[in-house]
Design a protein around this ligand. Sequence first.
Ligand code: ATP
Length: 456
Amino acid sequence: MAKTMDEIVAHCKNTGFIFAGSEIYGGLANSWDYGPLGVELKNNIKKLWWEKFVQRRENSYGIDCAILMNPRVWEASGHVASFSDPLVDCKECKARFRADNLISDFSKGEVNADLLTKEEMSDYLEKNHVPCPICKKSNFTPIREFNLLFQTHRGVTKESGLDIYLRPETAQGEYVNFLNVQRTMRAKLPFGIGQIGKAFRNEITPGNFTFRQIEFEQMEYQWLCHEGQDEKYYEEFKKASKEFFLSMGIPEDKLRYHDHDKLAFYAKAACDLQYKFPFGWDEVNGIHNRTNYDLTRHQEFSGKSMEYLDPVTNEKFIPYIIENSYGLDRAILAVICNSYESEELKNGEVREVMHIIPKLAPFKVAVLPLVKKDLSDKAHEIFENLSKDFRVAYDETGSIGKRYRRQDQIGTPLCVTIDYETLETQTVTIRDRDSMKQDRIKISELKDYINNIINK
Ligand code: ATP
């Protein structure tokens, strides 16, 4: 049985996946910390993404840019002028909402608020008596545009220094470095630049756990190509986005494309991939055909040429870009929501289990000595050996049944049990999380066995 959002949040907190940010001080709205299991899952997803986009694609290069950039970058990108959300406050209970979200939730997705102007959104809220999701009254303030950029200050005094921004996306670092990458890697079009890193947005509406945070991570991949080839690559990357989520064990019926009806004036096409979260369908990544807009703007604002010199035709031009923007935290949340369930067993018992695919599981295997007294030396020896290749859990407290359940709860695909026979025959039992079947195998075969499960 699938879990509710409240159960998922509680499970993440109780088992060590995700904690509320600065919890002992009452937290900070929309900020979360990854615990010992969450950080492993996060690293595994990053690795899978990096392998798919940077490592396995020809002509692909990774970078890692500074979070703080010259503020002109954000003027050129348009974020200073227009990176904002349409906000309303409930006059009754003072809760704050995005008007576009209120409308699409109220109309159950029938009305695409992206297509409405501020005035049309206000009209819709009023005419339809859209209720406040908290107090159920319908009495909102007029819509205000709220800029999401976090501003900070560089320098000794407020007057002498420079106002700068925490980056709201990682993409601009890839754009402003595109010629550095091209020159140093001697790259020819088409080629790709990928990076994974933190982004910051002053999100002040409720966040739905880690879905909407003020500090989050993006995995962004820019594909630079000739004009004329952009449409073909846009379709290719649209497909790749679904493939990536399928490769994380997400079933196809929980994924759908949402093509944008209203495009930014420079964009040729834009689409999100959505996942069916317990709170409804919502965006996990975006694919955009941005034409040559961003690089052209950076050329204008910096006064530096952003042109690529084609070595075959000797033509100079600004390349087109297909932007692939993945929210790492939303990918993690999708994997958690998809894998955590209460499973009714044949004997009527119910177990809590996370069916995370082995490649992404925080621990690949748990080493469990049946009894602590005589078997823990051997178990430690096996733990040390396996830890050279895998992230391994070790647990010697409680009944073996309870220890299996603990590992099921956190998604460990395999449990290795050391018993008295192990000392005599150099064999162990290995239990599969999903089938709960046990095999007896030689210790010398463990590494291959685990590798086979992970790479299945
Ligand atoms: P939304 O409409 O949900 O605010 P967006 O369209 O503004 O998202 P993009 O600017 O396209 O998002 O960012 C690319 C990706 O970064 C999103 O698909 C999402 O996965 C992730 N992302 C954006 N904002 C946040 C956030 N506040 N917290 C977590 N992830 C985010």
